[in-house]
Ligand binder design. Structure first.
Ligand code: PEP
Length: 254
């Protein structure tokens, strides 16, 4: 059985005081939570402080991006090695905001995935279609292209040490969630694409759903057989909401 994961993506939100309060609430609420892994992906400047606050707690932490380069003259960039030095576990790769706002194409996302893996960190590879692409019936083509950019470059075995996240762009930060059936269809499609290369890796691969997940809709999404948890944006900034989402993921596993 795949161990559920609920990962928060704080994006460019937070302050030292807000982070401390939020993490206090999360750690306290997660004490009795079994059968599900929880993580927060925080802005770079807070990584060291968050790592210290979360040491010895069940809450893992990660980053929201990493450079595809190992080191060098790349002003403003942060390498996977730097993240690894602090004990980082997860790195979000190819989030739609990176793809859309910062021009990250499939090849660059695949290079970032490789850089993160090379340092022993776990990439959370995001794929997802825009509303226009969905309306044109291109959902499967788009997510397959995004997935295959990594599969072709790294091989299916690389996904044994990674997490996949289906995040329809039209559902991110919009309050509009994919229905459980819509999400399940894409998750099953993605798993089948990986299974064409390696059935064992596909069976063990955690595929998260992301896009306006809240306490109110998490249970129905997580009840789907190929949805193994969530990547949570806005709702990860509110301790009660995030804990309730983690709780919904745990319930599906009892
Ligand atoms: C995200 O940023 O990955 C995300 C899913 O955001 P939200 O939950 O706010 O839609």
């Amino acid at each position: 059985m795949r161990n559920r994961l609920v990962a928060g993506n704080w994006k460019m939100h937070g302050s030292r005081a807000q982070n401390r309060a939020l993490l206090d609430g999360l750690v306290h609420g997660l004490r009795d939570r079994r059968g599900v892994e929880a993580a927060v992906c925080v802005p770079y400047p807070y990584l060291a402080e968050v790592a210290a606050q979360l040491a010895g707690t069940p809450l893992a932490w990660g980053a929201q991006n990493a450079s595809e380069h190992a080191q060098g003259a790349y002003t403003g960039e942060v390498s996977a090695a730097m993240l690894a030095e602090f004990g980082c576990r997860y790195v979000i790769v190819g989030h739609s905001e990176r793809r859309q706002l910062f021009g990250e194409d499939d090849a660059r996302v695949a290079a970032k995935f490789a850089a993160v893996r090379a340092r022993g960190l776990l990439p959370i590879l995001c794929v997802g279609e825009s509303l226009a692409e969905r309306d044109r019936g291109q959902t499967e083509g788009v997510v397959a292209r995004q997935l295959h950019a990594v599969l072709d470059a790294e091989g299916a075995s690389a996904l044994a040490h990674a997490v996949l996240a289906y995040e329809p762009v039209w559902a991110i930060g919009t309050g509009r969630t994919a229905t459980p059936d819509q999400a399940q269809a894409v998750h099953a499609f993605l798993r089948a694409r990986v299974a064409e290369r390696d059935g064992k890796v596909a069976g063990g691969l955690r595929i998260l759903y992301g896009g306006s997940v809240k306490a109110a809709n998490a249970g129905a999404l997580f009840a789907m057989p190929d949805i193994d948890g969530g990547l949570i944006g806005g709702a990860s900034l509110v301790a009660e909401e995030f804990l309730a989402i983690v709780g919904a993921a745990a319930q599906q596993r009892t």
